[in-house]
Design a protein around this ligand. Structure first.
Ligand code: TYD
Length: 136
């Protein structure tokens, strides 16, 4: 079972000129990139996520501000991450329950392996932890 892990992107540039970081499929992004989207203006009191995707892998990047992320896999393994630099991403495998909380004015970029499909979401935690028992 793949685990979530942090990706260190190269920072190309200098503090005088500014920087660019690059995500490339099958290089530092471990899947074919199908869709990107970004979230912003999320109040600090709000916890987003609270779901897993059956057949979608993600890389999250805090392009501005910082993001606290919790992850849980079906085997019960849990982890917490804090994204606080635009040159770091977090890989989330398929079937990874995750939540995100944002600092004031944080902007989150999401790089996804698949198109949006609501049928691919598990939004009920009990359904998630019993996913294989229910599916088989
Ligand atoms: P969701 O993936 O649950 O966001 P988060 O993980 O940040 O909590 O999506 C939030 C809403 O946006 C939900 O109603 C579905 C919709 N949505 C789209 O319409 N298209 C998309 O590509 C995505 C990712 C979400």
């Amino acid at each position: 079972m793949s685990q979530p892990y942090l990706i260190q992107f190269e920072s190309i540039g200098s503090s005088e000129l500014g920087f660019i970081s690059v995500g490339q499929e099958f290089e530092n992004i471990p899947f074919s990139i199908k869709r990107t989207y970004w979230t912003y203006y999320t109040p600090q009191s709000i916890k987003r996520g609270g779901h897993a995707n059956i057949d979608k892998e993600l890389v999250l990047v805090a392009v501005s501000g910082n993001i606290r992320i919790t992850t849980e896999l079906i085997d019960g393994s849990r982890a917490e991450f804090k994204l606080e630099s635009p040159d770091v991403g977090l890989y989330l495998p398929k079937l990874c329950w995750h939540t995100m909380q944002y600092s004031h004015s944080a902007v989150q970029l999401v790089i996804a392996s698949n198109e949006y499909d609501e049928a691919d979401y598990i939004r009920d935690y009990n359904q998630f932890i019993n996913y294989f028992a229910i599916e088989k």
